[in-house]
Design a protein around this ligand. Structure first.
Ligand SMILES: [Zn+2]
Length: 312
């Protein structure tokens, strides 16, 4: 039977201190290929965003192993304790939750998440390129990629509907990679919805283009160039004024599209009386729907509901 890239992965395991019952949990990653440029694909830095990206990476690995011309490293679940509770951060840090994507290059004697970053940092550091897959997750869907200077082609290859120039995030994985001169991008596409496999398959095609162009995977028929992405400017977060029941007007097929000013996006209803408390409308003549909640839910005051931007 034909050996795939997935079949040829060599699994490695680091031991990470965790809770009392198990003392250690594994941080597993797979490697394939022996020579050539090395690309690291990492998913699940934020625990609630992980499985969609992990599946995209696994689907990418269905190609024959002989097509591998470089070295591939895959980290399917970077933040396992956060993933098992479908939360952004693990619950184990004390006294406060720590965002893994804010503590690179980590601290080997710090909190759980700081130690995790210290385990991941060497895997980032010995890469020629890193694709950090986030995306929507349990509560939102996303449709953009972050572009960094020096890695423009990598961001474009991933084929997201929107591209934004990202500022350096203090302690971020991408910031750490950039400080070492490594090509890097951060993909924010997909999440839980009825169209989750549409976005997952689209991300697979993006990864195929990226790895083909990075000379890591020689595909006889790489996916066609992506549709021209829309460049957007500064993003704007829209939050609830008060808590209640959130009822989206625009549904999951609206993410990644541009809607006119005044388009009703969704409403907040009073939890007790169902009176309308807040209506979200598109703020710009051309409002790029970068992140949205596609489903009815009960929601707290100040919660993030949309991220929008203007095309530039
Ligand atoms: Zn994230």
């Amino acid at each position: 039977m034909l050996k795939t890239v997935y079949d040829s992965l060599t699994w490695k395991e680091l031991q990470l201190t965790a809770h009392a019952a198990s003392q250690y949990i594994p941080l597993k990653y797979g490697e394939a290929g022996t020579t050539g440029p090395r690309v690291t694909l990492i998913a699940g830095t934020h625990g609630d965003e992980g499985p969609w990206s992990a599946l995209a990476i696994k689907l990418l690995c269905r190609h024959p192993a002989e097509q591998l011309t470089g070295r591939l490293r895959v980290i399917f679940t970077a933040n396992a304790l956060a993933a098992e509770v479908e939360r952004r951060n693990s619950w184990i840090d004390s006294p406060n939750p720590v965002d893994l994507d804010s503590v690179f290059p980590g601290n080997p004697s710090g909190s759980h998440t700081e130690r995790l970053a210290a385990h991941l940092a060497p895997l980032i550091a010995d890469s020629d390129a890193v694709i950090d897959l986030h995306g929507g997750g349990t509560w939102c869907i996303n449709a953009f990629v972050k572009r960094f200077a020096g890695s423009e082609q990598l961001a474009a290859d991933l084929g997201a509907p929107f591209i934004s120039n990202a500022p350096n995030k203090p302690g971020g994985l991408t910031t750490y990679a950039r400080s070492l001169g490594i090509k890097v991008t951060n993909l924010e596409v997909g999440g839980r919805s009825g169209r989750e496999m549409y976005w997952t398959e689209r991300n697979v095609q993006g990864l195929e283009r990226a790895l083909h162009n990075l000379d890591v995977l020689a595909l006889p028929a790489p996916p066609a160039p992506p549709e021209q992405a829309t460049d957007v400017g500064k993003t704007e977060a829209m939050r609830t004024q008060v808590g209640g029941i959130f009822v989206p007007t625009l549904r999951e097929d609206a993410v990644g599209t541009i809607v006119p000013a005044g388009t009703e996006l969704g409403k907040i209803l009073d939890l007790h009386t169902l009176a309308e408390l807040q209506t979200f409308t598109a703020p710009f003549d051309h409002t790029a729907m970068m992140l949205m909640r596609p489903q009815i839910c009960t929601i707290e005051g100040s919660a993030l509901v949309y991220v929008v931007a203007q095309p530039v």
